[in-house]
Design a protein around this ligand. Structure first.
Ligand SMILES: Cc1cc2nc3c(=O)[nH]c(=O)nc-3n(C[C@H](O)[C@H](O)[C@H](O)COP(=O)(O)OP(=O)(O)OC[C@H]3O[C@@H](n4cnc5c(N)ncnc54)[C@H](O)[C@@H]3O)c2cc1C
Length: 339
């Protein structure tokens, strides 16, 4: 197979959250494993932080052959200078075929810095990747023009290729305790005192309970709601259904709901069982964040609204005529259930 000048490793950055593997990490294993098999190389992961041993063993059970581990207090939380220094050192030493990061807040911040430092190519938000057998080059596909089209990119000849992987596109790898692998400690020279940015305080965002990305039911509102007050009724419905509230960018731009609740291209990508979209027109930039929902119910007074072409259930009506009786009915059914 051509084009394989590097060390035949496919390497990815495994992310941690609260000292366990973040959801993106097993998804990264799936695609990185496919690429390393196509290249006939070794699948390796990088883990930064404190007390990462258990996560390293989990990665091995998921099928990672080699886990590079750097434990340092400066690496426990994402700090761009610390991560950049340690990663560029490791990637320069190992020379993998490709280095993958999640298209997460961390990956989106770190990947361009790393690509610039390594003078490597970078394709972000990839939804499909494969190795072209004839050339050994990496082909990467990502949404372009706000999700209206797909762009296809090829890695350069002999260069390390960087890519960020879209969230929730690849099925997470499953553990198999019979898998074996090696944990490799690598020493990174980190001089925390020299960082231009010092983190002085860390505060966990108040998420009002459940995280949007994990919700099984989401009730999302758009410009059609007309005011911040109208969201009270959506919140009530979401509460009864044990779900979360979300919003379109128009609603967020109007200041009706916090930016962290925006769904779409520049917001969160969600995959609930039920997505109730109220007063949302169905712009592709919004739908690209919720099309993975099992069932989309659209409530919109305009029968021509494009959301009706994507929803499984459509209600052509003013939301003010639908939401109050829906809340009352759900409440009654729930009470009957509890009696
Ligand atoms: C680069 C880029 C990134 C973007 N990222 C995002 C993103 O992440 N998320 C996102 O949401 N958007 C995003 N947008 C914006 C997107 O293109 C749309 O402008 C936005 O989604 C529209 O929001 P909306 O559907 O709430 O508003 P509108 O398009 O104005 O739709 C409002 C709908 O409400 C209906 N309506 C009005 N009154 C009622 C009523 N009383 N009852 C029932 N229905 C009613 C109307 O018929 C209409 O269909 C992005 C745009 C760009 C260019």
């Amino acid at each position: 197979m051509g084009g394989a000048q590097q060390g035949m490793e496919v390497m990815f950055l495994a992310e941690m959250k609260d000292r366990t593997l973040a959801d993106i990490s097993p998804q990264m294993v799936t695609i990185a494993k496919q690429l390393s098999a196509q290249w006939g190389g070794v699948l390796s992961a990088v883990l930064f932080g404190a007390e990462v041993g258990a996560c390293a063993r989990t990665l091995i059970s998921l099928g990672v052959a080699k886990v590079y581990v750097a434990e340092h207090p400066a690496l426990e939380y994402y700090q761009p200078e610390a991560y950049l220094g340690a990663l560029s050192q490791l990637v320069t030493d190992v020379q993998p075929q490709a280095f993958l990061l999640g298209h997460t807040a961390l990956g989106q911040d770190l990947a361009p810095r790393l690509a610039a430092r390594l003078a490597a190519g970078l394709v972000t938000n990839c939804v499909a990747l494969q190795v072209i057998p004839e050339t050994g080059r990496l082909q990467m596909i990502r949404p372009v023009f706000g999700g209206k089209a797909r762009g296809m990119y090829l890695s350069g000849d002999g260069a390390i290729q960087l890519a960020t992987i879209a969230q929730k596109v690849f099925e997470p790898a499953l553990p198999d305790e019979s898998n074996t692998g090696a944990i490799v400690n690598f020493a990174s020279t980190i001089d925390a005192g020299s960082f231009k940015v010092q983190v002085v305080k860390r505060r966990t965002e108040d998420t009002d309970g459940m995280r949007l990305e994990e919700a099984k039911v989401i009730v999302a509102g758009g410009r059609g709601l007309g005011s911040a007050e109208a969201f009270v009724q959506l919140k009530e419905l979401a509460g009864i259904l044990d779900g979360c509230i979300g919003a379109s960018r128009a609603a967020v731009d109007n200041g009706w709901l916090a930016g962290r609740l925006q769904i779409g291209l520049t917001g969160k990508v969600v995959s609930p069982q039920l997505y109730i979209a109220v007063g949302i027109s169905g712009a592709i930039q919004h739908m690209s964040g919720c099309l993975a929902a099992k069932t989309i119910v659209a409530i919109n007074r305009d029968p021509e609204a494009s959301i009706f072409t994507m929803a499984q259930v459509g209600v052509v009506a003013d939301w003010r005529e639908i939401i109050p009786p829906l809340v009352a009915t759900c409440r009654r059914l729930l009470h009957q259930d509890q009696e």
